[in-house]
Design a protein around this ligand. Structure first.
Ligand code: DC
Length: 220
C-alpha cells in the first residue's frame, strides 16, 4: 500500500505536482479540495448559507460526489470546469469550516485511499484524513510568489488579472483555512516540509519523487 499525502495552503502548485507525481509512480490522484469546491458550488446554486448547519446537513444528505476519469462529478454532473473560480474558492473555504461537511469529505477520501494507492492532496490529509500515510509532504511557498504565479497564469490564459487583489485573496483564504476550529490547515508532525518558492515545476516534481523514493524505496 502506498499513500502519499500532500498538504499546504492554496496556490502552492500542489495539484500540478500531485498529478504529475501520481502519473510518474502509477498512483491515483485524489483532489480533496475539489470535493469542498463542489459542495461550495451546490450551496451557492441552492442559496444555502454555509453558516446554516441544518440547511447544509439537508443538502449533504441529498448530495453525491464522485471522481469519474479524473473529473469531479456533483450529483452526476461534471462540474470540473465550474469549480475553478475565485468565488468558488472562497465558497469552498467557507463550507469547509463545518464538521459535518468535513466528515462527509473525509469518508469519501478514506474510502478512496483504502481501495487503491493514491496521491491525495488537501489541507489536513497527513494530519487527519490518512494519519498513517506512508509519505507526508507539506508544501509551502511565500504568498507573494503564489500570487505572482497565479497572476502570470491568468495573463498567459488571456484573462484579466490584478496582482494586489490576487495576493489579498490568497492571504484571506490562508488565514481562514489555518484558523478554523475543525481540522485546520496543518502539517503532520512527521511531514517533510518543502518550500517551493524558488523551484520550477520540474524541480518540484523531482523533489517530491525523491522524498517518495527515500521513504518507501519505490522509484518512478
Ligand atoms: O485546494 P483547494 O484550493 O482546491 O481547496 C479549496 C478549499 O477547500 C480550501 O480553501 C479549504 C478547503 N479544503 C479543506 O478544508 N481541506 C482539504 N483537505 C482540502 C480543501
Amino acid at each position: 500500500m502506498l499513500r502519499v499525502a500532500i498538504d499546504g495552503p492554496g496556490g502552492t502548485g500542489k495539484s500540478t505536482i500531485a498529478k504529475a507525481v501520481a502519473a510518474r509512480f502509477g498512483l491515483e490522484y485524489i483532489d480533496t479540495g475539489a470535493m469542498y469546491r463542489a459542495l461550495g458550488l451546490k450551496a451557492k446554486r441552492n442559496g444555502v448559507n454555509a453558516a446554516d448547519e441544518d440547511a447544509v446537513r439537508d443538502m449533504l444528505a441529498a448530495t453525491t460526489i464522485d471522481f469519474v476519469g479524473g473529473q469531479t462529478h456533483l450529483d452526476g454532473e461534471d462540474v470540473s470546469g465550474l469549480i475553478r473560480t475565485n468565488e468558488i474558492s472562497m465558497a469552498a473555504s467557507n463550507i469547509s469550516k463545518l464538521a459535518i461537511v468535513r466528515a462527509k469529505v473525509d469518508e469519501v477520501s478514506r474510502y478512496l485511499a483504502s481501495t487503491k494507492d493514491v496521491v491525495m492532496e488537501g489541507r489536513d490529509i497527513g494530519a487527519t484524513v490518512i494519519p498513517d500515510a506512508e509519505v507526508k509532504i507539506f508544501m509551502t511557498a511565500a504568498p507573494e510568489i503564489r500570487a505572482k504565479r497565479r497572476y502570470e497564469q491568468l495573463l498567459a490564459a488571456g484573462k484579466e488579472a490584478d496582482y494586489d487583489r490576487i495576493l489579498k485573496e490568497i492571504q484571506e483564504r490562508d488565514y481562514q483555512d489555518s484558523h478554523r476550529e475543525v481540522s485546520p490547515l496543518r502539517a503532520a508532525e512527521d511531514a517533510v516540509f518543502l518550500d517551493t518558492s524558488n523551484m520550477t515545476i520540474e524541480e518540484n516534481i523531482d523533489a517530491v519523487a525523491e522524498i517518495i523514493t527515500a521513504k518507501t524505496g519505490r522509484s518512478a
